[in-house]
Design a protein around this ligand. Structure first.
Ligand code: GDP
Ligand code: ZN
Length: 458
């Protein structure tokens, strides 16, 4: 168990700053009935658990600060596992500040960011992956991310991890039991066959790989894809950004070379954030300002996941376009977008380069929007988005690293199956990596890092 001896009472404004119909001050601590009684002037035994009661919230001089709703969630049946009070008042900043100040006067201290959730974790109300999901749900920027965070919060991710850990533990026990035999008596091969070690290990590795796949998809929901629009001046880069963003942001002009600063927009396609950057046209120039823009474009390209190389469909890939293509760094995905298909009298479409197998060309029109759906699909394909929304785990970097480590260690275990001691040790390390996801092994440092990123009052 992770119980601590934190006995102090914490308080914070739990609702967002600013004005709203209702504002909530949340208090968590031990035995808060006297606190609630002092705040409201009610008799302690008149305050019923989990029952909304109208109450005056009184200042120290007995004059009411506000009239609102008092809720008492007695330990352990509360979010933090401690006694929790919710003081629902009118949602103005002055009322909330006065109410918070009064709570502090009554002995509470200001809660640190994420401290309520941290206490919930320490009191076994949530495991670490669930606690992180609380923050992820609040921060979710798309419906898909929110749904995925809620699934993690309800324990879906933790449950999958626990399932694998349970089977790992069982296998470890079986394998370690063989170590108890005196060396001359054991036939390692036979014992491993008896416990079906190879098959179990293979299944374990498959389960870890499946979870990795789901987590990687979720990481995509969180971080998205960096997409750079590059090409010669006037091919329609800014128009395409506008089309993707669905509003006039970049300046579209007929004069070549007007986009000198990179413009960026984050758009969402099936919930995947695409950070799209419009850049200066890449051409030979003597203009000093334009040169700086072009330099910056190459820097953006170096950081991109995908480069959309825009060309004019009327001319196709010209030698000048080809000169840009050969300068693109290896390892960055390139999609050739033949824009202005309306002017070229061509229908939208997707095809592969006749000379370079695997090089995708899209033919579309930024101006009319024809073929934009093809671009969406292609970007999702590049992102590796399988589109199985309901399977996705909104994993954090920490989770991915733990899953990668567990995969690596179980692969080593498989390779060393005949050296039982080494195999057992790798399995132990794999288990430890997985257990870190749900927080069975954590340091105070890690908890500090995780919870300090929460907002106050959560
Ligand atoms: P950039 O320099 O590459 O950013 O090009 P712009 O987006 O500024 O476009 C240059 C010119 O081409 C503008 O007049 C646009 O209206 C026009 N344009 C861009 N895309 C299309 C398209 O798909 N069809 C047509 N007909 N015109 C386009
Ligand atoms: Zn432009």
């Amino acid at each position: 168990s992770r119980h601590t001896d934190t006995t102090d009472t914490i308080a914070a404004i739990a609702t967002a700053p600013g004005r709203g119909g209702i504002g909530v001050v949340r208090v968590s601590g031990h035995d808060l009935l006297p606190f609630a009684a002092a705040l409201t002037g009610k008799a302690p035994d008149s305050i019923q658990p989990r029952r909304a009661a109208i109450a005056d919230f009184l200042a120290g001089d007995g004059i009411a600060i506000d009239r609102g709703i008092l809720l008492h969630f007695p330990a352990p049946h509360s979010f933090t596992g401690e006694d929790v009070l919710e003081l629902q008042g009118h949602g103005g900043p002055v009322v909330m500040q006065l109410l918070l100040a009064r709570a502090i006067e009554l002995g509470a201290r200001l809660a640190d960011p994420g401290e309520f959730t941290r206490r919930a974790f320490l009191n076994d109300k949530l495991d670490l992956a669930q606690a992180e999901a609380v923050a992820d749900l609040i921060e979710a920027s798309t419906a898909q991310a929110a749904r995925s965070a809620l699934r993690s919060l309800s324990g879906e991710f933790s449950h999958a991890v626990h399932g694998i850990v349970a089977r790992l533990t069982e296998l470890r026990m079986l394998i370690e039991a063989t170590l108890d035999f005196p060396e001359e008596e054991i036939d390692a091969e036979q014992l491993l066959r008896d416990i079906d070690a190879a098959a179990r290990l293979a299944q374990l590795r498959a389960d870890i790989a499946a979870l990795q796949g789901r987590a990687r998809q979720g990481a995509m929901l969180r971080t998205g894809l960096h997409v750079v629009l590059a090409g010669l001046p006037n091919v329609g880069k800014s128009s395409l950004l506008n089309r993707l963003a669905g509003e006039e942001r970049a300046i579209v002009t007929e004069i070549a070379g007007t986009t000198r600063d990179a413009l960026r927009e984050t758009i969402h396609v099936e919930g995947i954030p695409l950070h799209v950057i419009d850049t200066a046209g890449l051409r030979e120039t003597d203009d000093a300002v334009e040169k700086i823009g072009i330099e910056r474009t190459w820097q953006e390209i170096a950081r991109a996941d995908v480069v959309l190389q825009i060309v004019d469909a009327r001319a196709g890939v010209t030698p000048a376009d080809h000169a840009i293509a050969v300068r693109l760094p290896a390892g960055i995905e390139r999609i050739v977008v033949e824009n202005k298909c309306d002017l070229a009298g061509l229908v939208p479409g997707r095809f592969e380069d006749a000379e370079r197998a695997g090089q995708v060309h899209l033919r579309l029109s930024a101006k009319t929007g024809a073929g934009i759906g093809l671009l969406h699909d292609e970007l999702l394909r590049v992102a590796g988005w399988a589109g199985h929304g309901e399977d996705v785990i909104l994993a954090r970097e920490r989770h991915l690293e733990a899953l990668n480590l567990a995969a690596e260690k179980s692969a080593l275990a498989e390779r060393q199956l005949r050296q039982i001691e080494l195999c057992a040790e790798e399995l132990r390390l794999a288990q430890e990596a997985l257990a870190a996801i749900t927080g069975e092994f954590t340091s105070d440092d890690l908890l500090g890092v995780i919870f300090s990123r929460f907002c106050i009052g959560k």
